[in-house]
Ligand binder design. Structure first.
Ligand code: SF4
Length: 277
């Protein structure tokens, strides 16, 4: 494996922290070397459905009707269809129809979990950044709201499968970091984290306490230190898992007989850079 060293990133997000924990080498390819990756339909579908729900929940509660949801879907579709990230998928007409049919099903899955008129929204797609000293940590919260006890709740929509409890869930670790960002920047610790799995209409909730928050911050700092150490030494470990099957960098992964030093040259030739919308 190469011993090239890298500049330590000083800005992290919960998803980048989670990416390093999942596989340090994949993190190096994607977040340090910033190599292009092929467009992934499930990611584009996920952001599309998030946009529909953002548009719907952006209305006053009494106006979040089925008709408003249909309009939100149409508005999001008009935004997405000409966008670079959507066009990069290169979908045929049938595949395009399937994309929007699946997306509609995911929105229906949301409706099976709650009536949007009951949500006490505080903010949608909220950007929060905070300073941890040696690094900055920031990200976007899908939805911040108040529950019936007037406590803050962070809600995140998921379009993938409900994770198998046997293998842990780093998505909840991500959410814990968002709770910490809220405390640091808004002065109030959210008391609940809620993941809404749209495909199966499964909500999963976890309580937040000052103790879980303290542990989450300590873990984030530890991960930053590991990233720093990897960047200084140039050693990014591999971590094989079921995710290797969908890893865009498997071809250059030493675990599968690849040469990681070639990714920098070969990935840009293999995967065109998708222009930003
Ligand atoms: S193939 Fe697996 S081990 Fe290799 S870089 Fe990708 S995720 Fe990591």
């Amino acid at each position: 494996m190469t011993s090239t060293t890298y500049e330590t990133p000083t800005t992290l997000s919960p998803s980048r922290i989670s990416a390093f924990r999942t596989c340090p080498l994949q993190f190096r390819f994607a977040s340090i070397e910033k190599l292009p990756q092929p467009p992934q339909i499930h990611l584009v579908k996920g952001t599309f459905v998030h946009r529909v729900l953002e548009l719907l929940l952006g209305h006053e509660p009494e106006h979040r009707t089925i008709e408003t949801a249909r309009e939100a879907f149409a508005t999001a579709r008009a935004e997405y269809e000409p966008s670079a990230r959507f066009l990069a998928l290169g979908l045929s007409e049938d595949a395009r129809d399937a994309f929007f049919k699946d997306s509609r099903e995911l929105v229906n899955g949301y409706y099976r979990m709650e009536d949007p008129r009951n949500a006490k929204v505080v903010g949608l797609e909220l950007r929060i950044d905070t300073d941890f000293g040696r690094f900055k940590l920031g990200g976007i919260i899908d939805r911040l709201e108040r529950n019936e006890k007037n406590e803050l709740v962070i809600t995140d929509y998921k379009t993938g499968r409900v994770p198998d409890a046997r293998f842990g869930d780093n998505k909840m670790d991500n959410m814990q970091i968002y709770a910490s960002l809220c405390l640091r920047e808004r002065g109030e610790l959210p008391r609940k984290l809620r993941l809404m799995y749209l495909k199966t209409s499964t909500p999963i909730e976890f309580a937040v306490t000052p103790e879980t928050n303290e542990a989450c911050e300590a873990a984030a700092i530890k991960t930053f230190e590991q990233i720093d150490s990897s960047c200084r030494s140039g050693v990014f470990a591999t971590k094989k898992s079921g995710l290797c099957n969908s890893c865009a960098f498997k071809k250059w992964c030493p675990e599968f007989g690849g040469d990681d030093s070639l990714a920098k040259v070969e990935a840009p030739k293999l995967y065109p850079t998708i222009p930003r919308d």
